[in-house]
Ligand binder design. Structure first.
Ligand code: ADP
Ligand code: MG
Ligand code: MG
Length: 211
C-alpha cells in the first residue's frame, strides 16, 4: 500500500496488536535489567491510542496519526519510554506534516526525526544499550536503502531489519543510560527492552506497508 493516512492508521492498529502480543516478553526483558514494566507501559499507551483512532478524520494524514500516538503516549505512559517514544512520534509527525503519501525520502526524514527526538530528550549515544541502538541502525539502513533507489516500503523493511539487528546487538553491552545503568556489568547478556520494542514497532510499519 502507499504510505498514506490509511497506512499510518494501520501501523497504529498493528503496533497495538504486536505490543499486546509481546507484552510479556517485553516485561521479562525489563524485569532482567529494569523494573519490569516496559511491556505494560507500552501496551497501555498503544491501547489508549487505538481507542482514540476513531476520532481521526477519514482523510487523515500520516502526521495526524503520529501526533495522536505521540500525545497519547506522553499523557498515558510514564517512565522513561513514554516521553521518549512520545517525543519520537511527535518529531516524526512534525517532519512529515502536510504530506499525504510518504515517499522514500519522507520515510527517512520521519525515522531520522524520531531518532533525533529521542536523542535530544534522553541524551543517549549509540552503544549505551538503549532504544537508540535500534533506532540509529534503522535510520542508517533506511538512508542507504533510499540512496540505492528503494521505494518507501522497502526502506521500511531495511529499517526494521536493522532495528532487529541493533536490538540483538545490545545483548553484550553495559548500559550507560536508564535504570539498567545501575546494574553495571550485570546488564551484560540481556537485551534492552526499548530496543526490542523499537524493532517490533518498525517491523509493524514495514509489514503494513508491504500489504
Ligand atoms: P522505566 O525504565 O522508567 O521503567 P521503561 O521500562 O518503559 O521505563 O523503558 C525502559 C527503556 O527506555 C530502556 O530499555 C531503554 O531502551 C529506554 N531508555 C531509558 N533511558 C533512556 C535514554 N536516556 N535514552 C534513550 N532510551 C532510554
Ligand atoms: Mg521499566
Ligand atoms: Mg518504570
Amino acid at each position: 500500500m502507499g504510505l498514506d493516512g490509511a497506512w499510518a492508521r494501520a501501523w497504529l492498529e498493528t503496533s497495538a496488536a504486536v505490543v499486546a502480543e509481546h507484552r510479556v516478553e517485553l516485561i521479562t526483558l525489563d524485569r532482567a535489567i529494569g523494573d519490569g514494566d516496559h511491556g505494560e507501559n507500552l501496551d497501555r499507551g498503544f491501547q489508549a491510542a487505538l481507542a482514540k483512532a476513531g476520532d481521526l478524520a477519514p482523510d487523515t494524514t500520516p502526521a495526524d496519526v503520529l501526533k495522536l500516538i505521540a500525545t497519547t503516549l506522553i499523557s498515558t505512559v510514564g517512565g522513561a519510554a513514554g516521553p521518549l517514544f512520545g517525543t519520537a512520534y511527535l518529531k516524526a509527525a512534525g517532519a512529515v506534516a502536510g504530506s499525504d503519501d510518504l515517499d522514500a525520502d519522507a520515510v527517512v526524514t520521519l525515522l531520522t526525526a524520531a531518532r533525533d527526538g529521542i536523542v535530544l530528550r534522553g541524551k543517549a549515544e549509540p552503544g549505551d544499550k538503549t532504544m537508540i541502538d535500534a533506532w540509529t541502525p534503522a535510520v542508517d539502513a533506511a538512508a542507504a536503502a533510499r540512496d540505492a533507489g528503494a521505494g518507501p516500503a522497502a526502506v521500511l523493511v531495511a529499517a526494521a531489519a536493522a532495528a532487529e539487528g541493533g536490538a540483538i546487538a545490545t545483548d553484550p553491552l553495559v548500559a550507560r543510560k536508564g535504570r539498567a545503568s545501575y546494574l553495571g556489568e550485570r546488564a551484560i547478556g540481556h537485551r534492552d527492552p526499548g530496543a526490542a520494542s523499537t524493532a517490533l514497532l518498525l517491523r509493524a510499519a514495514a509489514d503494513v506497508a508491504g500489504e
